[in-house]
Design a protein around this ligand. Structure first.
Ligand SMILES: Nc1ncnc2c1ncn2[C@@H]1O[C@H](COP(=O)(O)OP(=O)(O)OP(=O)(O)O)[C@@H](O)[C@H]1O
Ligand SMILES: [Mg+2]
Length: 265
């Protein structure tokens, strides 16, 4: 489904600053319906990896991106296809939820208009946005549809952006910290929804998170990033039970174990 080989991202020195090598030789594969977790400390290159492989990275001077990215049956490298082809693939195959949900919504359009525009682009103008908003557990979908993003809370915006991402029935969903601003019940519901979508619609998932608990709950494979490099990757169960790298062991030891030692009931 997705194959990333030797991905390298450099931000050339802007003004008098130093060049930043944000991603170095990153390779991984996600099969159809596979759920892949990308973890690592802040600044390790997770977001840059996701944005680079979908060619959403911008900047001045522009970042230098090397490597190969193959998606689905596409014969061409995603890093080299024309913008037109890339837009088509993005619209019908890959959806993204990024870290800042408010920034990913258009502040000048109501949620209803944003759904209308998107569904028209997707060639599915008859689809019901209310159903999508219910899927992400938004309690009053009609009111949300008539709101502007600034009238919604951060968590509500996050759920709207997840609903928009799911509207195209993507074959791959890239979700960068998709549940950061959510309360624990909604967070669990969204994670269950993502699992459900991946099982029922064979949707693959690339999930970026700091939370190894979420990875354990949702992902079958995991990669650990440190300073732009994947230092360890493999089956989640295997990595969790026998981490090779001291860095992975540190990350795992930092996961709070709720209820540990009190499994009597
Ligand atoms: N536009 C940019 N110009 C220069 N450097 C950048 C740019 N975007 C990101 N970087 C640098 O690339 C590195 C990786 O950043 P990235 O956003 O991928 O981290 P991250 O792992 O997603 O962190 P977090 O968990 O905090 O979201 C950081 O050192 C960051 O400063
Ligand atoms: Mg990030």
């Amino acid at each position: 489904m997705l194959s990333v080989r030797d991905l390298d991202v450099r931000f050339p020195a802007a003004r008098r600053g130093q060049e930043v090598r944000a991603v170095r030789g990153v390779s991984f594969d996600i099969p159809e319906a596979g759920r892949f977790g990308l973890v690592g400390e802040s600044g390790s290159g997770k977001t840059v990896t996701c944005m680079a492989l979908t060619r959403l990275l911008a900047g001045f001077p522009p970042p230098i991106i090397r490597g190969q990215v193959r998606f689905g049956d596409e014969v061409e490298d995603l890093l080299c296809v024309s913008d037109r082809r890339l837009n088509h693939i993005r619209r019908h195959g890959i959806a993204c939820i990024f870290q800042d949900p408010v920034a990913s919504l258009n502040p000048y359009m109501t949620v209803r208009t944003q759904f209308r525009e998107l569904l028209r682009l997707l060639g599915a103008p008859g689809d019901d946005p209310c159903r999508l908003l219910e899927l992400v557990r938004l309690p009053d979908p009609l009111q949300v549809l008539d709101s502007y993003p600034s009238e919604l809370s951060g968590g509500m915006c996050q759920r709207v952006s997840i609903a928009l991402a799911l509207a195209g029935k993507p074959r791959l969903l890239i979700a960068d910290e998709p549940t950061t601003d959510l309360d624990v019940l909604t967070r669990n519901a969204i994670l269950d929804l993502l699992r459900d979508m991946s099982e029922r619609s064979s949707m693959a998932l690339l999930l970026v998170t700091h939370d190894l608990g979420i990875v354990g709950h949702l992902c079958d494979r995991v990669a650990v990033m440190e300073q732009g490099i994947i230092v360890e990757q493999g089956d989640t169960e295997h990595i969790f039970s026998s981490p090779r790298q001291p860095y992975t062991r540190n990350l795992l030891s930092a996961v709070p174990r709720l209820g540990s030692g009190s499994d009597a009931d």
